[in-house]
Design a protein around this ligand. Structure first.
Ligand SMILES: Cc1cc2nc3c(=O)[nH]c(=O)nc-3n(C[C@H](O)[C@H](O)[C@H](O)COP(=O)(O)O)c2cc1C
Length: 176
């Protein structure tokens, strides 16, 4: 069974979390690439798109390829999933089921603005009707769990979901 972690990371933090998860789960990592948000002008475009709900073009490197399940991750922008992550979520029906989601953010904040996207993902997930496990890692989290423990706990929640799924899905997914 192959799990793929699909992550968007503008400044590297979500990617590092993806790599930690990969190291503990034998999942491989696939990056969502979106040059639109590179550099300072990209940063400003990121805020604008996040506020407006505009979704950019993305590519995946490497392609998702043969995968039974996905773990999806990336940063919170303007309270919601960053637009490149939301763009991929739009394709959820033709992707392998998403079994869990992680976000990185600067400050602890409400997860309410994430819920509509999470519900849409859960509806086509491995156990429709059940909430998807969500791992939130805030940079300023004075009383939060250490990252290692938070990741372990997240993976422990995913383990039964991952063992339920048997049939492989092989889907070429192109976004551009
Ligand atoms: C355009 C933009 C909007 C952001 N909005 C938020 C926000 O609403 N709340 C928050 O806690 N952090 C916000 N951040 C900070 C990122 O979520 C945080 O630094 C994240 O860990 C970066 O992940 P990355 O290194 O994988 O890109 C924002 C960052 C950017 C670039």
């Amino acid at each position: 069974m192959q799990t793929v972690i699909v992550v968007y990371s503008r400044s590297g933090r979500s990617l590092r979390i993806a790599e930690r998860i990969a190291a503990r789960s034998r999942a491989r990592v696939c990056r969502i690439e979106c040059p639109r948000y590179d550099g300072l002008s990209g940063y400003l475009r990121g805020w604008r798109d996040a506020w407006r709900g505009d979704l950019p073009e993305i590519t995946l490197a490497p392609e998702i390829g043969a995968a039974d399940l996905l773990i999806l991750g990336g940063p919170v922008w303007a309270g919601r999933f960053a637009p490149p992550v939301r763009r991929l979520m739009r394709e959820a029906e033709r992707l392998p089921p998403v079994v869990g989601v992680f976000v990185t953010r600067d400050r602890i904040g409400s997860t309410l603005p994430l819920e509509a996207d999470l519900e849409a993902l859960a509806a086509v997930g491995p156990t429709p009707g059940e909430d998807l496990p969500l791992l939130t890692l805030a940079r300023h989290r004075p009383s939060g769990l250490p990252i290692e423990r938070a990741v372990e706990r997240f993976l422990a929640r995913l383990a039964p979901l991952m063992s339920r799924r048997k049939a492989p899905a092989i889907l070429p997914v192109r976004m551009a």
